[in-house]
Design a protein around this ligand. Sequence first.
Ligand code: FO1
Length: 336
Amino acid sequence: MRITALSGGVGGARFLRGLVKHLDSRDSDEPHELTVIGNTGDDITLFGLRVCPDLDSVLYTLGGGVNESQGWGREDESFAVQAELKALAVEPQWFGLGDRDMGTHIARSLWLGQGQTLTDVTAKLARRWALPEQGVTLLPATNTPIETHVVIADPDSDDPTAERAVHFQEWWVRMQAKTEAKRFTVAGMGQAIPAPGVLEAIRNADLVILPPSNPVVSIGIILGIPGVRDALRGTRAPVVGVSPIIGGAPVRGHADACLRPLGVPVSAAGVAGLYVDFLNGWLVDDVDSDIAIPSGPHRITHRSQPLLMSDTDAASVIAGGAVELGLDLMQARTAP
Ligand code: FO1
């Protein structure tokens, strides 16, 4: 079975680890192929190095090297290089880059500098983390450099209407998303094209899954790449999403701070409304089992089960629910 998943953030990576565990547990003799389309809007260049947080969270989480409590960065990490940068008064210091993590960014920046694409580089890093052995292919959503920026009120201006754009990571990490986001813009999106294999992975999938990633700054950025949304509308595969909101609050991260500027309710129904033009199935938590899903071109079937991903086993059960919903939708289509 060919499954394609769009992913971003820590929640997406943890869900994917559960999905791989679930697929391995299925007693189907056919091998599974999982293609992950990773968000690149979080990417940032620091100290001359290209950092791709959402790709690295998938690599480290599936590869077994992630700092488990954070869901990003490496386990058993040290910060000798960052300490030296601080001694040299090199900024910024608000983004923690560990020594092992620096190895990833140095290699990626070296290979990109040699003219290799982010797709090529990500495939090399995926091999180092044994993703192919797990039946997983990780594709960047685009090889065109894009960066999500957050428009906030300009703190240095006494003009209340003055605005300033900051890099997503500065808003997310230094400001901890506490400064009100007025809107999001994506530098480079005008020139962005889907990376090789991305549209095919959506069109040729047997099942497309949207993990409980941030609908605005993770999934939303991938959807903003020209061609992606049309591919999701046109694919013959059922598209099943997992709600990142439980009972009106995000499971983790700052999805609420991202939905408010869009005027989207912080709810499982509100997020479904962002995907209504291509969604076929929506997995919600039991507390949201009676939600009214907005109607779109397709009827959206929703199911409920506990969605708290407390560990990999819980993530595997949730991923199993998404796969089962997808299989049922497939059968409903082929039923006479
Ligand atoms: N998140 C933080 O809250 N603080 C950090 O210092 C930090 C450093 C960092 C370094 C590399 C990396 O890949 C991710 C890092 N993150 C950090 C997480 C990152 O902001 C988020 O994982 C994503 O961008 C949100 O999806």
